[in-house]
Write a protein that binds this ligand. Structure first.
Ligand code: SER
Length: 590
């Protein structure tokens, strides 16, 4: 069974059981500056798990794109990946343990509707109880209907209590493991099972969390108003099990890109190839979701992934350095599930190529510099110089050092970096993470002005112009958009005039709810369509004389009327941001 069939079987299975299928949110969470990426399917659903009614009802399911980089050093083993999809079903105060467990078992084992996995290879763990919650005898009882009692193991909070962090909904969970050995392990005692887990002979396949508790500042503070279910199953691992492999890289999800790597490598090394495949795949999805390489936050993770891939690509003896065939292989694998990658392919290739070229140039010089270091410990100054002058992320310095039996003063480096950042950050810049982190009057004025500016850019430059990134503080807007060449001052003047006209005409911001399909068909501007529900909020600057200055998909906040934008909109800079992407900085002059 192919991965696409597995994904769609999962969604169909739960749709049939009354679940609304919701789209994957983008990898960068909106309005949640506490995390860089969605790392679990439930993350975008936290407000609903805490009690807010979901517009689609109390039963939801989807396949959510996730990125986790904590395991980056493990990439290359059998089961880790920096990008993965998490299949999940949720009950928001609707069904609880009984249905959740029954459906997990049925989906895993049913040949007709599910995956047809062998029930004799299943093992489960349930929560053994502690001061926060009792031993989960209820879950164990339910499981006994489906698998023999001696394959149900009670385990502590470390493995069987799930929460997304120090704050939020949480609860005991029951985890399902599948035996991936050739001959099968048969019955095992708890100790034998734990040892098999260590050897990756049993692999976690699904986690059902019974979310009825809440955590605050790391402590469980009590029960939620509703008993929820949050389940998560890593698609890559499921595919691996269904396809009878012992590692995720041998599945059809990686076949395309690994084939492209193998074809071009002169010195093939399995681990290096897996790292390249993983990192290019993740970079493709990140860029597709609007992330660009930079020295901070999500951009830094992307930079690190591309640079690490470049290092391993050269180690594989691949001489043709264009990332195009690798990106094409990823896009081909995901074209039906994530069609945005198809439209974005050329841009993704050029972002990776540009970052890769930049790094390759400095890598050579940096390696020479590296070789000159004779000490066994690389000092903070040396690591910082490699970072600052040669573009070596600290992780790469550590890796190269490790290969040469050297150590790095990492703490010293981080201190130096922090000092440097504090110095170069003129004024406390607010971070913008996909939503407005700051809703001060100035920021909101600039947000509405940015909508008007994008509409003007599309009017004067053409429909190919779309948002490629945005960062708004109370002082300025910094806006990236797709356009291949420099924008003349003449056009910038026209753009300014357009925005200022809308401001001086004192037009209301009208929020209209529209069917997503209609909005898209009518040319409403927006990114990340796939993450929006069927009915969307379209923000329109619509004057009383009927002129519409801007129509864009958004979640706000905006001014109520352009009269609230106090001042004159001015573009202070226009420059290249990356290949095919331009950057404008603009302000409101009082
Ligand atoms: N949130 C749980 C997990 O990530 C189940 O979805 O494992």
């Amino acid at each position: 069974m192919q991965s696409s069939e597995i994904r769609s079987r999962f969604l169909k299975f739960f749709e049939k059981r009354g679940h609304a299928i919701i789209p994957s949110s983008p990898l960068v969470p909106e309005n949640d500056p506490s995390v860089l990426f969605n790392t679990a399917g439930m993350q975008p659903l936290v407000p609903y798990l805490l009690g807010k009614p979901h517009p689609k009802g109390a039963r939801l399911a989807n396949s959510q794109k996730c990125v986790r980089t904590v395991d980056i050093d493990e990439i290359g083993d059998n089961t880790h990946a920096t990008f993965f999809e998490m299949l999940g079903n949720w009950s928001l105060g609707d069904y609880f343990k009984e249905d959740a467990i029954q459906w997990s078992f049925e989906f895993l084992t049913s040949k007709e509707e599910g995956l047809g996995l062998d029930p004799n290879r299943l093992y489960v763990t349930v929560f053994e109880g502690d001061e926060n919650a009792p031993r989960d005898l209820e879950a164990a009882e339910i499981w006994k209907r489906y698998i023999p009692e001696h394959r149900i193991y009670f385990r502590g909070a470390k493995s069987n209590w799930w929460s997304p962090g120090e704050n939020g909904p949480c609860g005991p969970d029951t985890e399902m493991f599948y035996d991936v050995t050739k001959d099968g392990l048969g019955d095992m005692t708890l100790e034998e099972y734990l040892a098999a887990d260590d050897r990756q002979e049993v692999v976690e396949i699904w986690n059902d969390v019974f979310m009825e508790y809440e955590k605050k500042d790391g402590k469980v503070v009590g029960k939620l108003a509703t008993k929820n279910v949050d389940t998560g199953s890593g698609l890559e691992r499921v595919v691996m099990m269904v396809q009878g492999k012992n590692n995720i890289f041998d599945t059809d999800l990686f076949a395309g890109i690994l084939g492209a790597i193998k074809e071009r490598a002169s010195t093939y090394d399995e681990r290096a190839a897996r790292i390249v495949a993983d990192h290019i795949r993740t970079a493709t999805f990140l860029i597709g979701d609007g992330v660009l390489p930079s020295n901070t936050d999500q951009g830094y993770v992307l930079r690190r992934l591309i640079r690490r891939a470049v290092r391993y690509i050269s180690g594989l003896g691949i001489t043709d350095l264009t990332p195009a065939p690798f990106v094409a292989a990823v896009v081909a694998t995901y074209r039906d599930a994530y069609p945005n990658l198809v439209t974005d392919e050329a841009r993704i290739v050029s972002v990776i190529a540009e970052e890769g070229d930049k790094f390759r140039k400095t890598l050579e010089r940096g390696m020479k510099e590296f070789q000159k270091i004779t000490e066994s410990i690389i000092s903070a100054e040396q690591a910082f110089d490699l970072y600052q002058t040669y573009g070596f992320p600290i992780e790469i310095t550590k890796e190269v050092a490790g290969e040469q039996g050297k150590r790095v003063d990492e703490d010293g480096f981080r201190q130096k970096l922090a000092d440097h950042q504090a110095l170069s950050r003129a004024g406390a810049e607010q971070k913008f993470k996909g939503g407005l982190a700051d809703a001060s009057g100035e920021t909101v004025m600039l947000h509405t002005s940015t909508h008007l500016m994008l509409a003007a850019l599309r009017k004067f430059l053409g429909e190919h112009v779309h948002q490629a990134g945005s960062n708004i503080t109370s002082e300025r807007t910094r806006f990236d958009f797709t356009h291949p060449e420099k924008v003349s001052r003449e056009i910038l003047d026209q753009v300014e005039a357009y925005v200022n006209e809308a401001i001086s005409k004192q037009c209301p911001m009208v929020i209209e709810q529209m069917k997503k399909d209609d909005a898209q068909a009518q040319g409403v501007e927006g990114s990340f369509w796939e993450k929006y529900p069927d009915v969307v909020d379209v923000y329109m600057v619509k004057c009383d004389d009927g002129t519409v200055y801007s129509r864009e998909l958004c979640g706000g906040p905006h001014v109520k009327n352009t009269a609230d934008i106090k001042g004159r909109f001015k573009i202070v800079k226009e420059e290249a941001s990356s290949a095919g992407v331009r950057r404008i900085k603009a302000v409101i002059e009082q």
